[in-house]
Design a protein around this ligand. Structure first.
Ligand code: NAP
Length: 238
């Protein structure tokens, strides 16, 4: 396969599906990552030209290896799959809840990225976009941003998992900078999806967030790496 190729994890719905749609519209071949074959296939049919199904559960090491073996070209990896099972502060959150959240949002990203790195390394312009969250910003958490409840300490498992993802973003960017990689984290803003039904009232369109991912996925050679950016391109403090 000679066309520029992308993989978006968790692309069967929500922000991920919109990211896949925009990448396909740019002419890339896009692997729609989905842990469920049927849901993934429906998204592939909806997106149309350029979309292909890749069955991928980011918490399944064997499945990740199988998926990586099916992809022989990759220029863009969007680590989008994520879960947010609890809104509780740490004092009210079971350790298992933290483990489960980190399994997808942190270890899943690590496992998928490492599995696809050999293929990304063959790209002339490798790009990695980690879909994080503004709620992971410790600066915003301590100097409250109106996007979320100031100083509540809520959604601790989710927010700390995305803070860990931000750290991974920096470390991958540093490790891979000499090889032409651009590795950045995205704060998509509040979006009305199954993960965040509370955002429905705010009416956040997932497609708007996907534009931010597209920008980071197609960064030019003089673009930034190791950064944290809002969907509109503005830098987000760590
Ligand atoms: N919505 C927001 O306001 C918001 C704000 C900040 C950040 N984000 C981030 O944006 C990303 C996308 O979220 P969303 O809002 O679009 O939520 P969503 O509609 O719930 O989509 C989440 C996607 O991740 C997939 N997924 C979950 N666990 C997975 C696993 N183990 N392996 C593979 N795929 C898995 C889901 O697949 P299934 O359909 O199989 O469950 C789904 O495709 C997440 O990383 C989220 O943290 C969202």
């Amino acid at each position: 396969m000679n066309e520029r190729t992308a993989l978006v994890t968790g692309a069967n719905k929500g922000i991920g599906k919109d990211i896949a749609r925009l990448l396909a519209a740019e002419g890339l071949t896009v692997y729609v990552g989905s842990r469920d074959r049927g849901r993934g296939q429906r998204a592939v049919e909806e997106i149309g030209a350029g979309a292909r199904l890749l069955v991928l559960d980011v918490t399944d090491p064997g499945g990740i290896a199988q998926a990586a073996a099916q992809v022989d070209r990759l220029d863009v990896l969007v680590n989008n799959a994520g879960i947010s099972p609890s809104l509780a502060p740490p004092a009210d959150t079971d350790v298992e809840e933290f483990r489960r959240t980190y399994e997808t949002n942190v270890f899943g990203v690590l496992a998928v990225t490492n599995a696809f790195l050999p293929t990304l390394r063959r790209s002339p312009r490798p790009r990695i976009v980690n879909v994080s969250s503004g709620t992971a910003s410790l600066t915003w958490s301590t100097n409250p941003n109106p996007q979320f409840t100031p100083g509540s300490g809520g959604a601790a498992a989710y927010r700390s998992s995305k803070a860990a993802l931000n750290a991974l973003t920096v470390f991958y960017a540093q490790t891979l900078a000499g090889e032409g990689f651009k590795v950045n984290a995205l704060a998509p803003g509040l979006r009305s999806t199954d993960l965040n039904p509370r955002a429905a009232a705010a009416g956040g369109d997932p497609a708007e967030a996907a534009q931010g991912a597209l920008r980071l996925a197609l960064l030019p050679d003089d673009g930034p790496t190791g950064g944290f950016f809002s969907w509109d391109g503005a830098p987000v403090p760590w």
